[in-house]
Write a protein that binds this ligand. Structure first.
Ligand SMILES: NC(=O)C1=CN([C@@H]2O[C@H](COP(=O)(O)OP(=O)(O)OC[C@H]3O[C@@H](n4cnc5c(N)ncnc54)[C@H](O)[C@@H]3O)[C@@H](O)[C@H]2O)C=CC1
Ligand SMILES: Cc1ncc(C(=O)O)c(C(=O)O)c1O
Length: 309
């Protein structure tokens, strides 16, 4: 049974994951190399807790778990049943983290990565018990989005996948087991197909960025939360999809490299909210307001989708 979790990496994803796991009754030992990240994570925990309250997510009968911030990987993994790695999406940084963890844990401890899409088979090569290594891909913001992908690599034992799937279920979340270890798994393959087309349309001057967002959010986005793509095909009619895809598929963006628009912005340090400018420019007040508004609306929509409103 999983009761104690070591969480390594407290950037964008870590604090929300810690908040959700502890609300579900687990004890989390959280570690980051950066003191600034730890300080930020402390305040994020409180904000995430507020969102969980508004979602009506209560602690189990045994009570909520704890979150403790610790000063080393060794302290984090001590007594842990599960290690969740949340360090940057860079195979070298992840591999170094696994090597550090590997030397400190017993063979029964499961190591999970929140990688956005590096194949699990590649990552598990850096650990001495690859059968206990698994992908556990949360979606941002992780304390609010209930779906989590579970991915086994070539050497992952089926029991490891089942343990993580059951843990997610026991927390009242929605596990989706991905059957093949393809890059990007499923969520990000679909998201990145959409993002490639969206960036391409803006880059080619087909539409302004603000109008692209209105089109996708109020068109596809609004309905896709209610009707998934497979059900959408049935509602539209497969005959329509057949006709449109017969001429449209050949015209869709299919670039294999990173778009010049994204390379230019990142080259200028324009990374989005974290740097104050990306596709759009933001003041500090706008960033705070935007994050609050995102949480408020996602909570409200989730309550409706769960038939709780
Ligand atoms: N940002 C997103 O929307 C999502 C990201 N992910 C994935 O989750 C992982 C983490 O992503 P983010 O939170 O966005 O990254 P981030 O860059 O915001 O945070 C990473 C954190 O790891 C820390 N770190 C770096 N090396 C470390 C080490 N050796 N030991 C301990 N801490 C270390 C950094 O100080 C930083 O606070 C990545 O694999 C990413 O692809 C998954 C779902 C969504
Ligand atoms: C742009 C982008 N990339 C990756 C992810 C992820 O799920 O890993 C997300 C997300 O929203 O969670 C994302 O927006």
């Amino acid at each position: 049974m999983i009761k104690r979790v070591a969480l390594i990496g407290l950037g964008t994803m870590g604090p929300g994951i810690a908040a959700r796991l502890s609300r579900g009754g687990l004890d989390v030992a959280a570690y980051d190399v950066s003191q600034a990240a730890i300080d930020r994570a402390r305040s994020m925990l409180e904000i995430a807790g507020g969102a969980l309250d508004r979602l009506g997510i209560e602690a189990p009968t045994g009570g909520a778990g704890t979150v403790s911030f610790v000063a080393s990987i060794a302290e984090a993994v001590e007594g842990a049943d599960l290690v969740i790695e949340n360090v940057p999406e860079n195979i070298d940084i992840k591999a170094e983290t696994y090597r550090a963890v590997d030397a400190l844990i017993g063979p029964s401890v499961i190591v999970a990565s929140d990688t956005s899409g590096i194949p699990i088979t590649k990552l598990q090569a850096h650990i001495s018990h690859p059968e206990r290594f698994v992908g556990m891909h949360w979606s941002n913001p992780p304390h609010i989005i209930p779906m989590i992908e579970v991915i086994g690599g070539e050497k992952t034992a089926p029991e490891t996948v089942a343990t993580i799937r059951d843990l997610i279920r026991s927390l009242g979340l929605l596990p989706v087991v991905v059957k093949k270890d393809v890059p990007g798994f499923v969520e990000n393959r679909v998201l990145y197909a959409l993002l490639r087309e969206a960036v391409d349309l803006v880059e080619r001057g087909v539409i302004e960025p603000e109008d692209l967002d209105t089109c996708v959010s109020w068109g596809i986005g609004y309905k896709i939360a209610v009707v998934g793509p497979m059900a959408l095909l049935d509602m539209a009619g497969l005959d329509i999809y057949k006709s449109v895809s017969s001429f449209l598929n050949a015209d869709l963006a299919d670039r294999k490299d990173i778009s010049p628009l994204v390379l230019d912005r990142t080259g200028d340090g324009k990374l989005g909210l974290k740097s104050g400018e990306g596709m759009f420019a933001y003041t500090l007040e706008q960033i705070t307001a935007l994050q609050g508004e995102r949480a408020r609306k996602l909570v409200a929509i989730r309550r409706i989708l769960e038939n709780r409103e």
